[in-house]
Each structure stands twice: as structure tokens, then as C-alpha cells.
Design a protein around this ligand. Structure first.
Ligand code: NAD
Length: 252
């Protein structure tokens, strides 16, 4: 797949699925801006990508939960790349715990990063995407399709991303901007290795229902490939599509 001449913004680019996605686009000839709140991780990722692939790769620090920071990110991306063709909203956080003791602060943080962020960034990117007839790919989750025990905030945020994706897809369908999302199941990234502690009293028999039927989690590169497909001309008629890749987790 070639993305020669395409200008791509990837949030969450310092780690996991975001890094793998930036790697795929960079390797495929695109000019890329990666954004992340983790400045040290972002700069390290940018150095690795430049060393491996050369090409145009910029790093912009951004807190996607902050509207002003998102304004700065879109302005900087257009200044650095000259235009925007593809926006990948990948930055996210995971927080688990029993709903009856889940803190209000954590709820607000999860919703702010996972749902407000894609809205703040998409809203500011759309005028530029209308000019290029570009597209948005959001990263939702199977947690947005089925209820995840101990994950009320995360599930609610990812259901919101699915709704946001479909609403924007419908709204811009006649104006040439496509909006799609992927729903990963279990992907082997720092998020899942650090966020698996549900605390005492967790009903593990219930939790095992979430495991992929294939018995193994996905590599982040599988998600990058799905995102690239939805962003490519091969998916020219795909808009409002929610592409699930979950090892069969939601098949039963
Ligand atoms: N790993 C999985 O199993 C899985 C499954 C379904 C969905 N997802 C989603 O995929 C996306 C990427 O997750 P990942 O697994 O690669 O996790 P990750 O922790 O490796 O990467 C997430 C990145 O987002 C960044 N980030 C966090 N808050 C931010 C903010 N406010 N502003 C900007 N950047 C911020 C982090 O610094 C990090 O680099 C997330 O939206 C996540 O919810 C992951």
C-alpha cells in the first residue's frame, strides 16, 4: 500500500498502536506528524522512525483532552505538512475498577482523553480534510460494542467514539470526507500490560469471557494495517464502518 504524497496525523504516536500506525504510514511514503502527551516517549519514537525510514516525520506534543492543545496540534500539523489528508485518533487511556467505587476524577479523565479528544481533533481537522477530500480513522474498542466488567468509563468512552464516528460519517458523506473506526480486542501494548490489574474481588470467571477465542492477543501492527486499509483508496466507499479485529471475542 502506498501513501506517497499523503499527509498524516497520528495521535498516541509514542507507543503501541499509534507507534505501529506511524511506522506503517512512514514506511509507505507518507509525510507524518506524530502527537502524544508523553514528550520523552514521543521524541524517542520520532528518532526511531526517522532512523528506520527517513522521510518527513515531525513530533508535536499534545494533550488531546485539552481543546487549546488540539488547536495548536492541527495548526502545527498543517504548517509542517502543508495539508492534512488522514487523521488517526489513537491516543487513549485505560482505567478499570468496580463502578460503585470508581472515582469521579478517573471517570472524567477517561471520557476526556478517549472521547473528547477525538471530537476536539476531528472538529479542528475537518475544514482541512474538506479541502483534500481526506478521512478520519478513530480507534474505538470491543469495549464500545459489549459491556466490559469493571470498565464502565472505558466502555462508555469507546461507545461514544463509535457514535461520534457514525454521526460524522453521515454528516460529511456527501462532502467527500470519510470517517471510520476500528474496534480492537486484546492488543499487546503497554496499555494492556499495565492496566490488567482489576483489584481485589474481581470476578475472574466473568473476565475470562473477554479473552480472544484464538487464545492470543494481536500485535499492534495488525491494527495499523486495518487503519491503513480504512484510510486508503481501497476503502473509498467505506464510511461509518466499524471494523472489529478481536480474535473472535465478540463472535459469541
Ligand atoms: N491495547 C489494547 O488491547 C486496545 C484494545 C482496544 C482499543 N485500544 C485503544 O487503542 C488506542 C491505543 O492504545 P495502546 O494499546 O496503543 O496504548 P498505549 O498506552 O501503548 O498508547 C497510548 C498512547 O496514548 C498517549 N496518551 C494518553 N493520554 C493522552 C493525551 N491526553 N493526549 C495525547 N496522548 C495521550 C499515551 O502517552 C500513549 O503513548 C487507545 O485509544 C486504546 O483505548 C487498545
Amino acid at each position: 500500500m502506498s501513501f506517497n504524497g499523503k499527509s498524516v496525523l497520528v495521535t498516541g504516536g509514542a507507543s503501541g498502536i499509534g507507534y505501529a500506525t506511524a511506522e506503517l504510514f512512514t514506511r509507505s511514503g507518507a509525510d507524518v506528524v506524530i502527537a502524544d502527551i508523553n514528550e520523552a516517549g514521543l521524541n524517542a519514537a520520532a528518532d526511531r522512525l526517522r532512523a528506520a525510514h527517513g522521510g518527513t516525520l515531525h513530533a508535536v506534543v499534545c494533550d488531546s483532552a485539552n481543546p487549546d492543545s488540539c488547536t495548536h496540534l492541527i495548526d502545527e500539523s498543517v504548517r509542517l505538512l502543508g495539508k492534512l489528508d488522514i487523521v488517526c485518533n489513537i491516543a487513549g487511556v485505560l482505567a478499570n475498577g468496580p463502578t460503585d467505587s470508581f472515582s469521579d476524577e478517573k471517570w472524567l479523565q477517561v471520557l476526556s482523553v478517549n472521547l473528547n479528544g477525538p471530537f476536539f481533533i476531528s472538529k479542528r481537522a475537518i475544514p482541512h480534510l474538506l479541502e483534500t477530500q481526506g478521512c478520519i480513522v478513530n480507534v474505538a474498542s470491543t469495549a464500545g460494542l459489549v459491556g466490559i466488567p469493571y470498565g464502565a468509563a472505558y466502555s462508555a468512552s469507546k461507545s461514544g467514539v463509535i457514535g461520534l464516528t457514525k454521526a460524522m460519517a453521515a454528516e460529511y458523506s456527501r462532502r467527500g470526507v470519510r470517517v471510520n473506526a476500528i474496534c480492537p480486542g486484546h492488543v499487546l501494548t503497554p496499555m494492556t500490560s499495565s492496566g490488567a490489574d482489576f483489584g481485589p474481588g474481581t470476578d475472574m470467571e466473568l473476565m475470562t469471557r473477554l479473552f480472544p477465542l484464538t487464545g492470543k492477543g494481536s500485535d499492534p501492527s495488525e491494527m495499523a494495517a486495518a487503519i491503513a486499509f480504512l484510510a486508503s483508496d481501497a476503502a473509498i466507499n467505506a464510511t461509518g464502518t466499524i471494523l472489529t479485529i478481536d480474535g473472535g471475542q465478540t463472535a459469541i
